[in-house]
Structures are given as C-alpha cells and as structure tokens.
Design a protein. Structure first.
Length: 345
C-alpha cells in the first residue's frame, strides 16, 4: 500500500517512518521532507502519528531520581566553582580586584558562533526543496539543477532538491504527468537519475520519457534511450528494462503490470497543448479530462467505460471536447461548478 493511503496507525507501525521521527538519518529525512511537500493533505495524519511515536519514546526514557539530580548538581557546582587566590597584605594595593577576560577567547567565541550560523544557513540552502505546481490547462517547462528539462502537464507537481552535488543521487518526485529530457552525466560512476511516481521508480542515464501518475494507474512511455523501471511492491518487487517505444502501466487497483509496444508521440501530444486520443477507452479519457482541467466527472452508466474514441483537441477548449464526446457516446453532459455529469441518452 502506498504511503498516500496510510492511516495514522499505518504510519506509527512503519519502520521507515519511525526512523524519521526518532532518529537522525539525512537520507531518511530527505525522503520524508519531499514526501510531505508532495502530499500536504496528509499533514494531519502524519502529525498525529508523530505525536504518538514521540509520546511512546518519552515513556521509555528512564526516570531519574531526586537523589541522582542532587548529586549531578553538586558535581556541576564543583566543576564551575571559581578558584580563590589569596592576596597578602603586602601585595594588596587597596584597589578592587578586576576580572580580566582574554580578548582572544572572546574573539574565538564570536567567530565560532558566526561559523555555526553560516554553517546552518549553508546546510539549509543545500537541502532546500523546490516544488513546482501547474494549474488547469497550464504546461510548465522546468530546468533541473543538472540541466535536464522537465515539461509539466496541467494540474501536476514536481519536487527536488535545489542543489545536486556531483556524487549525490539526482531524484525527482512527481504527482500527475511530466515529460523528461535527461542530461547524461559525462563522467564514469556518476549517479543515475530517478523519478519517483507513487510505487513506480524510473532510473535513467540519459534519455527522454513520459511519466503519468493518475488516479487509477501509473504509466511510463519511453521515447529514446534505455531505462530501468522498478515497482515497489512489498509482495513481489518487479524490475523491468524498457526500450524505445515501450509502454508500461501499473494498475493501482489490482497491481497488475501491462507492457506494450506503442508510438510514444501519441502519448506526448499534451506538450504542444493538445489532447490526443487513439482508440482510447472512455475511462482513460475521463481521467485525462479530470487531470487537465481539475474537474470531477460522474458517469451514470459504467457500461460505457470500455468504449473507445479517436480524436485530437486543443487542451484550452473544454466545451468543444465535451460537445464531441456527447455526439460520439450519445451523452448528455451537465456541468455544475467543477463537476461534470455524463448521462447516457
């Protein structure tokens, strides 16, 4: 089950989540910071799980007795107690003794604080997470830290670290749909490029591909190059190698994997602000309309879901598309706000 479907109890029981709350592992921290950026709607659930884990952790801390506390204070007072140097009458000048503080010590302390502050700011800047989100009908081009290009489809988002070190993984988290044109690292041993989309991970060196993480399925279409696809299923983890023209889809309901040979360009029409359908089932058309325009569609007759349609439309003219679908599927489409109801005539 993906983290996006986790309840509070699921998070509390998850060892990777526990490691984030109770330990200090940079890799684990990076993953969860990015994940929360991508799934802000899970903030309350995550916060509740954190509180439960922290409360349990506090209960497991051994209680210190009053006697142990008193002994510790006595030891501390001995350590920091000022040393008294007796002054003889002959040496006494009548002036009040003055405390002297070494300017070198003061300078070192100030310098240490300044370095600590700069170090913290530098660390925060290096680990800053950038998130880009597109809106209805918007196509958003993005340049990644290594020069790779991303074209983000409507109502989608990507998140990644602002800075990518030469030896660090190049990772992007995606919700929705995007087309990637990845820059190949010229040096041997450089880390691969990874796209995380729900349970699917795409690992590449230098290539072009399309990833769509939709409500019912996650699909990857390879345009050029070669990629390794990994499906993070706890029961049967799967690794696939994809070649140009390969289409792989993971059904989120039954977790079945489909692999086909297709024309990649047929799945990338949205980059030129077009919606392209070729023998596409109505179920997929509905999913794409909801993704592109941020609408919710109610279909009163589910027997129409498998019927197919072929056509190309501009993605900035929803009324034209709806009128065509009404004729093709013999529908009456009613709109109320952002909700569309498809009724069979």
């Amino acid at each position: 089950m993906p983290y996006s479907d986790f309840s509070t109890e699921d998070f509390v029981k998850d060892s990777y989540f526990q490691a984030w709350v109770l330990q200090d592992d940079p890799e684990v921290n990076s993953f969860w910071e990015l994940w929360i950026e991508l799934y802000p709607e899970k903030e309350k659930t995550v916060s509740a799980a954190m509180e439960i884990l922290l409360e349990k952790n506090i209960q497991n801390i051994p209680v210190v007795s009053e006697k142990q506390v008193k002994k510790a204070w006595e030891q501390l007072n001995k350590t920091i107690a000022p040393k008294v140097i007796p002054i003889t009458n002959a040496a006494y000048s009548g002036a009040t003794p003055q405390k002297t503080v070494s300017w070198r010590l003061m300078a070192a302390a100030v310098a240490g604080l300044v370095m600590l502050a700069f170090g913290f700011l530098y660390y925060r800047e290096q680990h800053k997470i950038l998130t880009y989100t597109s809106v209805n009908s918007q196509i958003m081009p993005i340049t990644l830290p290594d020069g790779s290009e991303v074209i983000l489809n409507a109502n989608s988002s990507v998140a990644f670290k602002k800075h990518w070190a030469a030896s660090s993984p190049r990772e992007v988290w995606l919700k929705g749909e995007a087309f990637f044109s990845v820059t190949k690292k010229p040096l041997k041993g450089q880390p691969t490029f990874t796209v995380h989309a729900n349970k699917v991970q795409v690992q590449v060196l230098g290539t072009q591909f399309n990833v769509a993480d939709r409500a019912t399925k996650t699909q990857v279409i390879l345009n050029s190059g070669k990629i390794k696809l990994m499906v993070a299923d706890a029961h049967r983890p799967t690794a696939l190698t994809m070649l140009p023209g390969d289409y792989v889809a993971l059904n989120k309901t039954n977790e079945k994997i489909i692999k086909l040979k297709v024309n990649p360009e047929a799945f990338s029409g949205w980059r030129s602000q077009k919606l392209q359908f070729k023998n596409t089932p109505l179920a997929e058309i509905i999913a794409q309309i909801e993704q592109t325009y941020g609408t919710k569609i109610i279909l009163t007759d589910t027997s129409l879901l498998d019927r197919t349609f072929t056509g190309t439309f501009p993605n900035n003219n929803l009324p034209v598309l709806l009128q065509t679908l009404e004729k093709a599927f013999q529908l009456q489409i009613n709109q109320k706000g952002q909700t569309l109801t498809f009724i069979k005539n």
